[in-house]
Design a protein around this ligand. Structure first.
Ligand code: ADP
Ligand code: MG
Length: 133
């Protein structure tokens, strides 16, 4: 496993990092995002969406569990926050192993059903406006 650490000093820097990554993705891809509330998981995903040429604004899927967006590749944005201890088939396979880019916030809650092959990003709050990814 390779590890890279990046520190951002403003939300737009986190979005820029997401955008850069999004622009490099050219096929089916899974990204898991962990980190406490306000760490920047959704902010990162907003940038990623721009890199996938998605024009719609990405908002938190907390109350819908999953939102999909059309872009250069489809984006499936999942929030697993409310899935802790839910022991049933959620039918996420078609997104996780699907044709597009799947981003899962709070992936730690559904860790046992996720494939190991993925980009795993943990975000920590280091200061008001700085985050370590
Ligand atoms: P999460 O999805 O992890 O709960 P959000 O992306 O919704 O987090 O919220 C992150 C909050 O932290 C936003 O209000 C954002 O403006 C703020 N913030 C401050 N600095 C940063 C940074 N460097 N990167 C990302 N977000 C930041
Ligand atoms: Mg979020």
């Amino acid at each position: 496993m390779k590890e890279l650490r990046v520190v951002t000093y403003a939300p737009d820097q986190t979005r820029a990092l997401g955008k850069k990554l999004g622009s490099l993705i050219d096929g089916s891809f899974l990204i898991t995002l962990s980190g406490e509330l306000g760490a920047g998981k959704t902010t990162f995903t907003q940038g990623l969406a721009r890199g996938l040429e998605i024009t719609r604004n990405v908002t938190s899927p907390t109350f819908t569990l999953m939102k999909s967006y059309k872009g250069r590749l489809p984006l499936y944005h999942i929030d697993a926050y409310r899935l802790e201890d839910i022991d049933q088939d959620l039918g996420f396979e078609e997104y996780v192993d699907g044709d597009g880019v799947c981003v899962i916030e709070w992936s730690n809650f559904i860790e046992d059903v996720l494939p190991e092959e993925r980009l795993s990003i943990n975000l920590t709050i280091s200061d008001d406006d700085s985050r370590m990814l």
